[in-house]
Ligand binder design. Structure first.
Ligand SMILES: Nc1ncnc2c1ncn2[C@@H]1O[C@H](COP(=O)(O)OP(=O)(O)OP(=O)(O)O)[C@@H](O)[C@H]1O
Ligand SMILES: [Mg+2]
Length: 253
């Protein structure tokens, strides 16, 4: 897995008697968009929670980032080391501008930074400008999130994860949920641009159209187990995927 920027080895998460993630070994390729799919309750969010250090008492196994075993590190250390994530529920500060939302995120990684930011919001303007440029958001930088379309708001959410220090891998949990077809397509093109710029990402989404269009490689979880992995073409034609996921209407959360 030398070309993997991030991989897990036998990652397992248990909540009491429930094994939510069961011995998952998978890789995120460098400079690639990797998809993680599976029905509701398959363990996708739990997988990201464990990778990003939020389940220290429930998780076991290995998480390797840039060749280093980072399992057991606390979330803010992992964020500092380059693991950035978005949350299934998008939370933006609605009363401050898009630029300020990014400023705040860029300062959030340390407690000192958060305190400093509270009293004297500075932000890393160089990095914020770079991300605004990258996401083509300069024209909305001075607007309030509530004035934006849902698709633009989601992109601000991605921007908040991107400005956080030296992002090596971006983990996106259903970033396109709630978007209409056109917005999803625009959002997917935005993600693809970021990957073409060299970012590595893991994308969780129920929208198979989006996942099959934008991802380079896709893994599928069912009841916490990795049941298949492949290119979009392989996944599209995989009987296990068809029966477990594509065959029925699937979740749409
Ligand atoms: N903190 C927790 N305590 C106990 N059980 C949990 C906890 N978090 C998740 N679970 C359980 O773990 C399993 C996996 O949940 P998870 O949220 O990871 O699924 P998911 O694949 O992200 O689903 P969705 O597509 O609906 O977001 C589910 O059975 C869920 O009820
Ligand atoms: Mg989830």
């Amino acid at each position: 897995m030398s070309d993997a920027v991030l991989y897990t080895d036998n990652l397992t998460v248990q909540f009491g008697g429930l094994t939510a993630v069961n011995g998952v070994t998978l890789a995120c390729g460098r400079g690639q968009l990797t998809g993680l799919i599976g029905p509701n309750g398959a363990g996708k969010t739990t997988f990201i929670d464990a990778v990003t250090g939020f389940l220290p008492n429930n998780a076991s196994g290995r998480v390797v980032l840039e060749g280093q075993d980072v399992f057991g590190r606390v979330p803010h250390r992992l964020a500092h080391d380059g693991l950035s994530r978005t949350w299934q529920t998008l939370e933006l500060f609605d009363d401050i501008t898009v630029r300020s939302n990014l400023d705040v995120a860029s300062q959030r990684l340390t407690f000192a930074g958060a305190v400093r930011d509270f009293f004297r919001p500075t932000g890393d303007h160089g990095r914020v400008d770079e991300v605004l440029e990258l996401l083509d958001m300069h024209d909305i930088a001075d607007r309030l999130p509530r004035e934006l379309s849902q698709g633009q708001r989601k992109m601000v959410g991605v921007g908040r994860a991107l400005v956080a220090s030296s992002t090596k891998v971006l983990l996106l949990d259903e970033p396109a949920a709630g978007l209409d077809k056109a917005e999803t397509q625009g959002f997917g093109e935005g993600l693809r641009r970021l990957v073409d710029e060299g970012y590595s990402m893991l994308l969780i989404d129920h929208d198979m159209g989006l996942v099959l269009t934008v991802c380079d490689y896709i893994h599928m979880l069912v009841f916490g187990e990795l049941i298949t992995s492949g290119t979009p073409d392989e996944i599209r034609n995989d009987p296990q995927v068809i029966s477990a996921y594509l065959g029925h209407s699937g979740g749409a959360s």
